[in-house]
Design a protein around this ligand. Structure first.
Ligand code: SF4
Ligand code: SF4
Length: 427
């Protein structure tokens, strides 16, 4: 039996009670898992009631309870609309942390979270092996052979062609601004951005330098800890937060083009609030942290002049809209691109099904959400989906590939960079 009284879940439940869940049901309309199943236990209100029942001792935290906690996407859409400020998603993640203490994580999970993600060189080595697998034609062979099934097949399918070199290896520590320096910006390069979406982060840095930013990319930075937070591994999250606080020195802002990373950096003040040696510096990191869309939209942006004639729809990552409350900034940037036609899709703020490792742990549910998203993209008549998070980019790319409709997936900054580039080519 889990000793709930000795954990912070108890505090969360107390918070939830203080916030006074009125059972109004506003959260039901935005919860993807409730919309898909129609089950109260798969709704935010239902999950809070389950956690409350466990905390009171009326319900044993058995397999059923565990299932409902892990079915949650942690998209935080419920938190955005809750009039009483109940932090449902966070309560669910805390419940997971307690459950994880009781259940040893699976070997692949342990390997990924503890032995790979915190160590950039190991991650890069793993990426090299995968790159060889893709380049040597093994991928086609393995797919044809039918050897790969289940979760492994899902993981393999998700992976786009990997760049030749991780961006982390390529970037100098300081990149000069074009023209007079307006800001000295620390760039937080997410693991996936470096290993998979190097082109997108290259574009982000290009847009920053175009806008008078001297960009500092500390070599000592590590994974932000977002996957550990979602999985309830608080110890690893704190260790990574300390490494990153040490890595970023004198900069005006710390900017990331990965919404999960920018959201997690903003949480460092809270994560390290109990550590007297780090609390003040962690608070400074959180204060300076910005998502790149938020940062650029807050500048007097140098208007891009090159025409980009594309029909684009915007998918709002949960880590941007629900964790950080940023909705208008990316749209503002897209509207600033001459020739670009922004076509809003229905449910743009719905989770795409990525949700960390959700596509691997709940493949069917994730596929349903992805299909719904891609149908909304098609209905909007868009040929490009722009977004701002590598997890969403991976998932949307998979959706486009499955449909075979040629829809491109791009980061918002890639469209801005394309415009600046065209401006240079055709002044
Ligand atoms: S919106 Fe908030 S107050 Fe209303 S039922 Fe959901 S959790 Fe409770
Ligand atoms: S975090 Fe998302 S999936 Fe989980 S209860 Fe809230 S709205 Fe539903």
């Amino acid at each position: 039996m889990i000793a709930l009284e000795s954990t912070s879940l108890w505090q969360f439940v107390e918070q939830a009670k203080r916030a006074n869940c009125s059972r109004c049901g506003f959260c039901l309309a935005v919860c993807p898992t409730y919309k898909l199943t129609g089950l109260e236990v798969q709704s935010p209100r239902g999950r809070i009631a389950l956690i409350d029942a466990v905390a009171r001792g009326d319900l044993a935290p058995g397999p059923g309870f565990r299932e409902h906690m892990y079915h949650c996407l942690f998209c935080q859409a419920c938190e955005t609309v809750c009039p009483s400020g109940v932090k449902i998603g966070r309560a669910v993640v805390t419940a997971r942390a307690i459950l994880e203490k009781e259940h040893e994580a699976s070997l692949p999970q342990r390997l990924a979270l503890r032995w790979l993600l915190p160590y950039p060189r190991r991650l890069e080595l793993a990426a090299t092996v995968l790159r060889l697998y893709q380049r040597l034609g093994l991928r086609r062979l393995v797919r044809r052979s039918g050897l790969m099934r289940g979760r492994l097949r899902q993981m393999e399918e998700l992976l786009p062609p990997l760049p030749t070199r991780p961006l982390r290896r390529e970037l100098p520590e300081v990149i000069a601004a074009k023209g007079p320096v307006r800001h000295r910006v620390g760039f937080f390069l997410g693991c996936f951005m470096s290993l998979v979406y190097a082109d997108a982060s290259r574009a982000s840095i290009e847009v920053l330098t175009e806008n008078g930013c001297e960009v500092v990319v500390p070599k000592a930075q590590r994974c932000c800890g977002a996957p550990h937070l979602a999985d309830g591994d608080r110890t690893a999250l704190e260790a990574l937060a300390r490494r990153n606080v040490d890595a970023f020195g004198e900069v005006d802002f710390i900017v990331s083009d990965c919404a999960a990373c920018s959201a997690t950096l903003k949480d460092y003040a809270d994560v390290l609030s109990g550590d007297s040696a780090y609390a003040a510096r962690a608070e400074a990191v959180s204060r300076k942290a910005r998502d790149i869309t938020e940062f650029l939209a807050g500048l007097p942006l140098r208007p891009p002049k090159g025409e980009v004639r594309r029909a684009v729809s915007y998918h709002a990552p949960c880590h941007l809209i629900h964790s950080q409350g940023i909705s208008e900034a990316p749209r503002m940037l897209l509207r600033a691109v001459p020739g670009l036609e922004l076509r809003e899709m229905r449910e743009s703020d719905w989770c795409c099904g990525s949700a960390g490792a959700y596509g691997l742990t709940h493949p069917e549910r994730s596929a349903q959400l992805l299909e719904r998203k891609m149908a909304n993209v098609e209905a909007a008549g868009a040929r490009v989906v722009a977004t701002a998070n590598p997890g969403c980019m991976l998932e949307l790319r998979l959706g486009a590939e499955r449909r075979g409709d040629g829809v491109e997936v791009m980061h918002v900054t890639q469209l801005l960079a394309e415009s600046y580039r065209r401006e240079r080519e055709h002044p």
